[in-house]
Design a protein around this ligand. Structure first.
Ligand code: ADP
Length: 397
């Protein structure tokens, strides 16, 4: 029996969607609402008959979601919402309770809501998708696929913070990690396309607006850069990543701001945006850097430095490296960022890329390493949506 599964993947500034026929994994339609809340937001839809991109103002996620669902009828992808059997929702934070995907019940909805305190830019958006779509799709069963699940294999000495232990035992404060659905997809893809040996020691650079670095050994996550929340780790589009924790109180006292206000700044106005004082968008920053903008250059330099810190550390913990992967918006599209990262690694390890391949790569999986390199460097288009479709299909059947 075939099923139509709608996948909703709400990020901090975008909503990606796919309608997938299972078990054939045929993508009936896909697209996204991008740059939500900016003056260059857009909607795209791609299927056999259409390939369109519209510039439309979406001021929030709710507008984007409703536009997507209306478009399925408008562009005759389906003729009735009854045709959709399942809906898979990416959920950023599953805490310690969710080490795998689940059917959404009232209890699950409540727990996701409570975990919102740990992922304020994501869990509320993920839940909003469920709350809107459960009323619109009469036949669909809804499944939550958590971004934290893949990292549940991280060992205790790696996920424990060096703070009073009762914060872990009583309050569950520990590293959880995110982008797990993407990392799982990439890990399987490397194994499938490059073979088992190439996938044994893997470092995945998931560089979107949210960004993380993950170390994978024999298919299992052993460490990842994000922590209790998606604020930790490397510098991101608008998030600061790891900083000295005392900075929070220092700014709070100096600028007469509450801790909540300071944290909002660290989540929404820091990272690339904060340093450049211009944009979180890497396309704009690279352009500005080339026209001599010093703040854009500093933002990019800090960004690269912090990525290299993690790669170096994970190289040691893995005891070497077989494949370095770049994925997500920046990782898949910015040849300049890939080159800057690899150039910094070159002095220490035998890694090298073919400049031509790096510039031209467009396939789903592209090995851009040069013939001198003993480490594979790959650009892989992540497909969190397909992982979500597979889990949803498994749970609704
Ligand atoms: P998220 O899912 O976290 O919202 P994405 O994975 O969609 O993020 O990545 C969005 C980011 O990708 C944006 O900051 C954008 O600048 C960057 N990006 C997309 N295309 C390019 C490109 N050609 N060059 C550099 N950066 C790009």
């Amino acid at each position: 029996m075939t099923n139509k599964i709608l996948v909703m993947n709400s990020g901090s500034s975008s909503i990606k969607y796919q309608l997938v026929e299972m078990p054939s994994e045929k993508i009936l339609v896909k697209g996204m609402v991008d740059a939500i809340g900016t003056d260059h937001s857009s909607f795209s839809l791609v299927n056999d008959k259409n390939k369109l991109k519209e510039s439309l103002l979406f001021s929030n996620h709710e507008e984007g979601l409703k536009y997507i669902i209306n478009s399925l009828l408008k562009y005759h992808v389906i003729s009735d919402y009854c045709e959709i059997d399942g809906c898979g929702h990416r959920v950023a934070h599953g805490g310690e309770n969710f080490n795998q995907s689940v059917l959404i019940s009232d209890d699950v909805e409540r727990e996701i809501d409570q975990l919102g305190i740990l992922a304020p830019m994501h869990n509320p958006m993920n839940l909003l998708g469920y709350q809107i779509l459960k009323d619109i799709l009469p036949n669909a069963k809804h499944v939550a696929v958590f971004d934290t699940s893949f990292h549940q294999t991280i060992s205790k000495d790696f996920y424990t913070y060096p703070i009073s232990y009762h914060y872990y035992t009583e309050d569950h404060i520990r590293k959880y990690g995110f982008h797990g659905t993407s990392c799982k997809y990439i890990t399987l893809k490397v194994n499938e396309t490059l073979g088992y040996e190439a996938s044994r020691r893997l470092i995945i650079c998931h560089l979107g607006n949210g960004a993380s670095i993950t170390a994978v050994r024999d298919g299992k996550s052993i460490d990842t850069s994000m922590g209790l929340t998606p604020l930790g780790g490397i510098a991101m589009g608008t998030r600061c990543g790891n900083i000295d924790p005392s900075i929070i109180e220092y700014i709070s006292q100096l600028k007469h701001k509450s801790v909540t206000e300071v944290l909002a700044e660290l989540n929404y106005q820091s990272g690339l945006l904060g340093l450049s004082e211009n944009s979180y968008d890497m396309r704009i920053l690279c352009e500005s850097m080339h026209t001599g903008n010093k703040k854009a250059k500093l933002a990019i330099d800090v960004y690269i430095k912090r990525i290299v810190d993690y790669i170096g550390s994970y190289y040691m913990h893995l005891g070497g490296l077989d494949t370095l992967v770049f994925t997500a918006g920046i990782g898949e599209n910015s040849f300049e960022i890939r080159k800057m990262v690899v150039d910094r690694l070159k002095g220490a390890v035998n890694i090298d890329i073919d400049e031509d391949k790096n510039k031209k790569c467009s396939k789903e999986v592209e090995n851009i390493s040069s013939s001198h390199s003993t480490i594979n460097v790959c650009v892989i288009k992540t497909n969190e949506e397909m992982m979500i479709a597979k889990d949803t299909y498994r749970l609704i059947c």
